[in-house]
Design a protein around this ligand. Structure first.
Ligand SMILES: Nc1ncnc2c1ncn2[C@@H]1O[C@H](COP(=O)(O)OP(=O)(O)OP(=O)(O)O)[C@@H](O)[C@H]1O
Ligand SMILES: [Mg+2]
Length: 466
């Protein structure tokens, strides 16, 4: 596991935190422009009022536009604690009349008051212009009042500073609440992670579903199912190992005993008998270890699947049956092969299927008894490839038909040598091939028939057999 990986809480908090910070920043910018807008609105109204008051000092005298305002009044007008105030009176016909001649009149000529930004003496200014029409002399007075922007900027800054503290408090509060909410929200997940972390081969107890949200409930149920499977597998492995050890102990103890008897034999006849028993025990131990190995190799694993290929079941049955002819002849058994002429193709592990058939033939030859009949068949049954081994021996009682596939199980009263693993191997191999096994009785209810139904090979989307 990557130890320096970031926690889910940190990842969520980073994303949410960045989102909140961005949001508060945007909010601050929006607030700044709102403050600016309303500041301008207030000061623009004052500016227009000042301009209107100057318009009142403009009148007609001697057929020309005149501007009459005492010097003191003008000084009063210009007085401002923060900003510089400028004004200019001019007439359309005569041009400049009074005030700051450098002010540029607004280009608009309609009679509505105008508010514009401009520059004067190197500073940015806000200026208001009013056109006053005097029809009797056919002239227009242009009255412009302007001011620098210091108090506007000051007020905007003050509003902004007043806003920063609550915005910061909002930000810290939102981040804190997010951190707590994330911690609370992912608590079931962190609890589940620690419950899973505490699992090991000695503790595979199911994780608790109490208080888990829906999604984690699904995950935990799945984990619990897997844990149950692991527990079952470990349990059956434990049984298997103890059974195997127990089964091996019997022939090994017998080997020891017969070897000692052979050593201490008083006569050559006694010694020969002990050596014969020793040989039988060694054979039994060898058979058991061979069956154990076969079982291990048959288990569902990737190695078994890697050896899958398309092959003809009929040819495999012929080759495998040949290996057993001599034994069948020795025992006087009528051993027959009934294989269809057509190719019976299946997709599987040829070696394992050969092993499966060998175990079935081995059982049939073993349990059919002297002068019995054993037949190996390969045919299509209901369009499915079917391999069967039939004998006319004692048969298998209905009550035993499931149990005979258990590991080390032998029907009580079975006297022939064996370790009870042959059919467990057959079942493992059938599982690997997704094949189904049926046990039935032969004609007139005599003997037994073991039939294995395989799937017909098919081609998947990528053109491979399955
Ligand atoms: N064809 C059969 N006829 C009658 N009984 C059978 C037949 N095949 C299997 N059995 C019974 O089923 C039991 C289990 O068979 P299985 O092949 O698993 O083990 P085994 O033959 O005893 O030992 P081994 O592992 O050496 O094959 C046998 O002990 C026997 O009692
Ligand atoms: Mg057997």
């Amino acid at each position: 596991m990557e130890t320096n990986s970031r926690s889910l809480r940190t990842i969520l908090f980073t994303h949410l935190g960045l989102g909140i910070i961005l949001w508060v920043l945007l909010d601050a910018i929006a607030c700044y422009f709102t403050a600016l807008y309303f500041t301008n609105l207030v000061y623009d109204k004052w500016l227009l009022d000042s301009t209107s008051s100057l318009v009142k000092a403009v009148h007609v005298g001697n057929n020309t536009i005149q501007f009459d305002l005492q010097r003191e009044a003008i000084d009063m007008f210009r007085f401002d604690e923060n900003d510089k105030t400028y004004f200019k009176i001019s007439s359309k016909r005569r041009g400049y009349i009074a005030g700051d001649s450098g002010l540029i009149d607004s280009a608009y000529t309609n009679e509505e008051p105008q508010l514009t930004y401009s520059y004067f003496s190197g500073s940015k200014i806000r200026q208001a212009t009013i056109h006053q029409n005097f029809q009797n002399i056919d002239d227009t007075a242009i009255v412009t009042v302007a001011e620098t922007l210091i108090k506007r900027a000051k007020l905007t800054d003050e509003i902004l500073i007043a806003m920063i503290a609550p915005q910061l408090a909002l930000l810290i509060g939102a981040l804190f609440i997010s951190w707590l909410s994330i911690a609370k929200g992912i608590k079931p997940l962190t609890d589940l992670a620690s419950a899973i972390e505490s699992l090991d081969q000695h503790n595979l107890s199911p994780v608790s579903l109490d208080g888990l949200p829906h999604e984690l409930r699904i995950l935990s149920t799945r984990i619990n199912d897997l844990l149950q499977k692991i527990r079952n597998t470990l349990e059956s492995q434990k049984h298997f190992i103890s059974d195997a050890a127990h089964q091996l102990r019997t022939p090994l103890a017998a080997i020891l005993l017969h070897a000692e008897q052979a050593e201490m034999a008083q006569s050559s006849i006694e010694q020969a008998s002990s050596l014969k028993s020793l040989h039988n025990s060694v054979k039994r131990a060898a058979r058991l270890s061979q069956q154990l190995l076969s079982l291990a190799k048959s288990e569902h694993n990737s190695a078994a699947l890697e050896e899958f290929s398309l092959f003809n079941l009929s040819s495999l049955a012929r080759q495998t049956a040949e290996d057993w002819i001599h034994l069948a002849l020795d025992r006087g058994i009528d051993f027959g092969l009934n294989v269809t002429d057509q190719n019976v193709l299946i997709y599987g592990n040829e070696r394992l299927i050969g092993e499966m058939l060998s175990n079935l033939i081995d059982n049939a030859l073993q349990y059919v008894g002297l002068n019995g009949t054993v037949t190996v068949k390969v045919q299509y049954v209901n369009d499915l490839p079917c391999l069967s081994v039939e004998d006319n021996g004692p048969g298998i009682p209905h009550s035993e038909r499931d149990r005979i596939f258990e590991r080390f199980y032998r029907i009580p009263g079975t006297h022939h040598d064996g370790c009870g693993l042959g059919l467990a191997i057959v079942e493992e191999i059938a599982t690997v091939h997704d094949a189904r096994i049926f046990v039935s009785s032969g004609l007139n209810g005599n003997g037994s028939i073991f039939s294995i139904y395989f799937k017909r090979p098919s081609v998947n989307n990528s053109g491979a057999y399955q």
